[in-house]
Design a protein. Structure first.
Ligand code: SF4
Length: 224
């Protein structure tokens, strides 16, 4: 079995509630979505077998917090991901999955090997993709909440209050303790976006959902 991986590197986490933690990043090639703000549309990859990839992960290992499997969408290569997660877990490394939160059956198959799930909520008015994924996100969060999970939604000038309310309903229904990270779109920097973030934060507070506004810090401080 061989998997397509775009890059393996050590750096610090630039997003979400583990911001600043030192991690080994394994970036899987390919995604099932096409968000308009995507900054990881990669066109090259290297093929690995699981043992080869694990040797590369070990080569990078130092005093890292965890190994972050990211993409693209890692769950698209579920069988390969499962093999590499198994080796990583058995070796005693903490595992962290960054995912768009749409492939529930695939998550179900690997959840036992995960420590942390960083799950996206794809707001249609943010992604520019008309199809919505609220049911997929519901199903996914129910499985992810067996482990430590937090949610991340990219907020753009175009993001609607209806989408935020859908997200809050979903969190209340599936896992009230999950933190929602409101991540400003790094391609926009406007008074409208700032005021929307403040408003959305207030709506989260009103609904008793823990939330925080965290930008993509790696882009601000200029690390990979
Ligand atoms: S889900 Fe993530 S990797 Fe896939 S297109 Fe959207 S932003 Fe890019």
């Amino acid at each position: 079995m061989r998997g397509k991986v775009s890059e393996v590197f050590g750096s610090i986490q630039g997003e979400g509630i583990y911001l600043g933690e030192k991690q080994i990043f394994v970036r899987f090639f390919g995604c099932n979505l096409s968000c308009r703000f995507c900054d990881t549309k990669l066109d090259s990859f290297k093929e690995y077998d699981p043992q080869e990839l694990f040797e590369e992960i070990k080569f990078h290992h130092d005093d890292y917090h965890s190994v972050a499997f990211t993409g693209g969408e890692p769950l698209l290569q579920k069988d390969f991901l499962k093999e590499i997660l198994y080796s990583t877990c058995c070796y005693g490394y903490k595992t962290y999955l960054e995912t768009n939160g749409t492939l529930t059956a695939e998550l179900e198959d690997v959840i036992e090997y995960l420590d942390i799930v960083a799950m996206d909520l794809k707001f249609p008015t943010s992604t520019g993709v008309e199809k919505h994924f609220w049911q997929e996100h519901r199903d996914f969060l129910k499985v992810a909440s067996r482990k430590q999970v937090f949610l991340k939604g990219v907020i753009c000038e175009s993001t609607s209050e209806e989408d935020l309310n859908e997200a809050l309903d979903l969190i209340k229904e599936c896992d009230k303790s999950a933190v929602l990270v409101l991540q400003p779109n790094s391609l926009e920097d406007s008074a409208l976006l700032s005021s929307k973030l403040r408003h959305f934060k207030q709506l989260c507070r009103k609904e008793n959902i823990a939330s925080c506004v965290i930008p993509q810090m790696h882009k601000i401080i200029g690390v990979r």
